[in-house]
Design a protein around this ligand. Sequence first.
Ligand code: SF4
Length: 324
Amino acid sequence: MFKQGKGYTHLLKKIRKEGKKMKYVYGPVPSRRLGKSLGVSPIPPKTCSYSCVYCQLGRTDRFQIKREDFYPKEEIFREIEEVMKKSEPDYITFAGDGEPTLCKSLGWLIRKCKEKFSVPAAVITNSSLLFMPDVRKDLLDADVVLPSLDAGSESTFKKINRPYKGISFEKMVNGILKLREDYNGKIWIEVMLVKNLNDSDKALTEIKSCLEKINPDQVYINVPIRPPAESWALPPNPERIIAAHQILGQIKEIINVEVGDFGLSEFKNAEEAIMEISQRHPLREEQAKKIEEYFHENVIELLISSGKIVRVGYRNKKFLVVNR
Ligand code: SF4
């Protein structure tokens, strides 16, 4: 069920009157690892240094490793401040529609959040740029960094993450190891398991040997449950997930369902909520129906017939995905 926040009616009227649409901040959205997570996306959609086969955003449009200020940092922070006036998230999470460390002002944004709010800051990264000293420096003030590690060898890395040229497996892993040395916060590694790509005993043993060197505070296993960039990127069979548990050891949790409630009070109507959430977080149709119930509006069929979103079937579930 979707909950209404405190002072919801007043807030909704206020939001409707102001008619504001957030460009960089979304949520809070429910996260298994981060509770109520207020997402910040400081980069344009699908800007990334990888083009992972399992990416829920499709194939990478802006493929790069050059760090940039894509938007004015002050504008991003103003939006965070505005949303924080009416939200009480468990974490402010820099993530978004690609790789957030590509934002040159990431460190500035994290520091400003830490100065202004007593909410921990998290950064979800694909690990590709951690070899850069300025990226590691930017992360120093974050409370938790969540790097991905989907491979334990160059060949698996290339097959699953399809990195930008010049990013080798060794460079990526050495970046995580350097972060471990430089950084005093928590490191929670996420391993995305994809059927026939990194779920063999050999591939898992290679990942295990990297984890032993990194010594993260927590390890999570994830599986692709949302429509992936490549339709053949499937979750492993259950016995391979059990094998991953046994081989990798120290697993905190397997993440494969979203729980909790979306922060719907941030949106002015069902259309806005469905469009915003599905842009960043493909929605199961049943979740979108709950959004309709919450706003007492019927918009799903209208959004589909107008071509704004499409219905995609994946593993016996229906998802609503923004039509890019
Ligand atoms: S899954 Fe993340 S790292 Fe991989 S291509 Fe998509 S946005 Fe980039």
